[in-house]
Design a protein around this ligand. Structure first.
Ligand code: BDR
Ligand code: CA
Length: 317
């Protein structure tokens, strides 16, 4: 069997999710990964938009063969909280959207994940969840044995050294479904976490946006348009120098972990409903005596990351 990483992206597109999916489709074209499927969850916008957006993105890459599944409509134990103020009403503001040609698979995303991972070779599939972790938690509950098929789960979520982007100390993905995040972190699978601590260092500056716009393909230009609409929120709210490419950082961490400084540690998500809901309690100095359950990325070589992102987007039509 080939050694190319086999990847499933669990996603709530979302403008930076679109960046991550396009990056993965570019890497698939370059034979650097095999993108097995996209599983969609409610998050940045409701599920009827996220599943449709995922299919539109596959069309942009002329990859209507990628299976797209829809999963959870809401988090496990709380109502859905969305982020239209960042991503726009449709989740993909900034460009023209069409009715997708890529079809939606009939099976529920959580059932697809549970079955696929249970039947996969041991430690063979990398999961990149870049939205709330509801689908993964449901899959693990449906069939706990499915963890055997997972090589690694590379999660975009959490924050520790950076302030939260939705509450004082939580990132959006863990805040939306903290119970699901905690189930995944306690699952015993190999976990790598890509938090705001690194994604806020991976911003699209004007210069980088222009580099994308100048690529000799349609997707570079389309993507620059989307990013132009996306960046205003983070620049105004957090004083960042451009829109942070949160979700593409998770794809990079799965394939090129050498771009990141990482530390093995114990981490939990706060599932209470107080001010710390969704916050990550990180045992940076090993004070709890608990066995590490994740690799925490705390620094990114943003130049190498952006070069790699551009290399992937360049491969698209
Ligand atoms: C995460 O929240 C979402 O809005 C982004 O798509 C990203 O996955 C960052 O906190
Ligand atoms: Ca996302």
């Amino acid at each position: 069997m080939s050694n190319i990483p086999q990847i499933i992206i669990d996603t709530d597109p979302g403008q930076d999710d679109a960046a991550a999916i396009l990056m993965a489709l570019g890497l698939d074209k370059l034979n650097e990964i095999k993108l097995l499927a996209l599983t969609c969850v409610a998050g940045n916008v409701p599920l009827h938009y996220t599943q449709k957006n995922a299919r539109i993105i596959c069309d942009w890459a002329q990859r209507s063969d990628i299976p797209v599944y829809a999963g959870a409509k809401k988090p496990l134990l709380k109502p859905l909280f969305t982020a239209e103020e960042v991503h726009g009403k449709t989740g993909l503001d900034g460009t023209k959207l069409h009715e997708p040609n890529t079809v939606l698979q009939e099976k529920n995303a959580a059932i697809f994940l549970a079955e696929t991972l249970a039947n996969a070779s041991k430690n063979s599939i990398t999961l990149c969840p870049i939205g709330p972790l509801t689908n993964l938690a449901l899959a693990f509950s449906l069939n706990p044995q499915c963890i055997q098929g997972i090589k690694e789960i590379v999660i975009m979520g959490g924050t520790f050294f950076e302030a939260g982007n939705v509450t004082p100390n939580a990132d959006f993905n863990f805040f939306v479904d903290p119970v699901a995040a905690q189930i995944v972190l306690q699952s015993g699978a190999n976990i790598r976490i890509v938090p705001l601590d690194v994604t806020h260092k991976a911003c699209i500056t004007n210069e980088r946006m222009e580099a994308l716009r100048q690529l000799p393909n349609q997707n570079g230009k389309r993507f620059a348009d989307i990013l132009q609409s996306y960046e205003r929120f983070d620049i105004q709210q957090f004083g960042l120098e451009g829109g942070p490419l949160h979700d593409p950082c998770a794809i990079a961490a799965a394939i090129r972990p050498e771009f990141f400084n990482q530390k093995s540690l114990y981490v939990e998500v706060d599932t209470s409903s107080g001010i710390c809901e969704g916050a990550t309690a990180l045992d940076w100095h090993g004070k709890s005596g608990k066995t590490p359950n994740a690799l925490w990325c705390y620094h990114i070589d943003d130049k190498s990351f952006f070069d790699y992102f551009t290399h992937a987007i360049s491969a698209l039509p």
